[in-house]
Ligand binder design. Structure first.
Ligand code: ZN
Ligand code: ZN
Length: 356
């Protein structure tokens, strides 16, 4: 069907004779075609996309007529294809199918054995984790939109505007300037609220002395971007400066550590150690980063619990933070493309403390 489905065909190996992909995210990744309904069958030599009449014509245009089937008789067609091609084992996404979906395919297709261990999930994670050139371009295009929104918001923030207004202004700017959607619900928190890592924008007005943390991203051509910046309004205390500087040093340390072959544990530890050494170890509760692509949070995870190893082509965030309850918080987040010799920062916004 295309290079992405070919990649999975080639990698199936001993996992199973075929893979049946039902989740919208993985269907989109392998076909480049977004549809709320569909099933993607990938064998060792071929690929077929089943969808209903709402999508048939668009799917045929995108994927080629020969690769698209109507899903009205999905199970009968699959049973026939399995029988004709001697397919006995079919791998499924064990992290995405519901129990009801799994029970249904087992009942409807009793002649094959479904492989429901993590083997297909691991294979897909690895493939999706290593971005193709065209995917990096889409992520970067989304990021450029978010960066333009950041430039814009610096001129918008002044005493008296609310967190909600800041969040909405970022959203409107991105949508007005080419974003197909938002990566996730924009986080814009200020003052004491900035100590909430995933706080929701409120009607609180920003005031001099506040840190304002904005975590947001644009969705473009099916790919996400993700960035966080913390800026100050009016003035900053010595403690605020110290915390900001610590987070920036931690973030830089993690980016400097990131390279193909380095474990995600170590990439996380590089940031965590800086924060610990500065005495703020108890105030950094989340992982340092995550993969970004078709989904906003995807493989690999850069955290103390991760067993993953970075590979060239991974796009991951570096986003350590320090959150002092009842006081303030700081987080700085960039997206980095892992290479054989280090990483390329895909985020082009300044990181020195900006005082508006
Ligand atoms: Zn983020
Ligand atoms: Zn993130």
């Amino acid at each position: 069907m295309n290079i992405f489905t070919d990649k999975l065909s080639a990698a199936l190996g001993d996992t199973a004779d075929a893979a049946l992909i039902l989740s919208p995210e993985n269907r989109f990744y392998y076909t480049g075609f977004a549809a709320s309904d569909g099933a993607l069958l990938i064998t060792k030599t071929d690929a077929l996309f089943f969808t209903d009449s709402r999508y048939t014509e668009a799917a045929e245009r995108k994927l080629g007529k020969a690769y698209v089937r109507d899903s009205a008789k999905l199970y009968e067609d699959l049973a026939a294809i399995f029988a004709e091609n001697g397919i006995e084992t079919v791998a499924v996404e064990n992290d995405r199918l519901t129990l009801a979906q799994f029970a249904r395919i087992c009942e409807k297709l009793p002649a094959v054995r479904f492989v429901s261990d993590a083997s297909l999930t691991n294979l897909i994670n690895e493939q999706r984790g290593v971005k193709a050139e065209e995917e990096i371009e889409k992520i970067s295009a989304a990021q450029r939109i978010a960066e333009a929104a950041f430039d814009h918001i610096l001129g918008f923030i002044k005493p008296g505007v609310t967190e909600r207004e800041i969040g909405l202004e970022l959203d409107y700017y991105m949508l007005r300037h080419g974003a197909d959607g938002l990566s996730f619900e924009t986080i814009a928190v200020s003052g004491v609220n900035s100590s909430l890592p995933h706080g929701v924008p409120s009607d609180k007005k920003v005031e001099p002395g506040d840190f304002i943390t904005m975590d947001y991203g644009a969705l473009k051509d099916g790919y996400h971007s993700d960035m966080t910046r913390t800026v100050a309004l009016g003035r900053v205390s010595e403690e605020q400066k110290r915390v900001y500087d610590t987070v920036l040093r931690a973030q830089t340390a993690s980016l400097e550590k990131m390279c193909a072959g380095v474990s995600c544990f170590d990439a996380d530890k590089a940031a965590r150690d800086v924060i610990k050494d500065a005495g703020y170890g108890d105030y950094f509760g989340h992982g340092t980063g995550h993969g970004v692509g078709v989904e906003i949070h995807e493989f690999p995870r850069v955290s103390p619990l991760s067993k993953d190893v970075l590979r060239a082509g991974n796009v991951v965030t570096a986003e350590p933070g320090i959150y002092l309850p009842g006081k303030f918080g700081v987080r700085i987040e960039d997206m980095a493309l892992i290479t054989e010799t280090g990483c390329v920062n895909l985020t082009r916004c300044p990181k020195e403390l900006i005082v508006l």
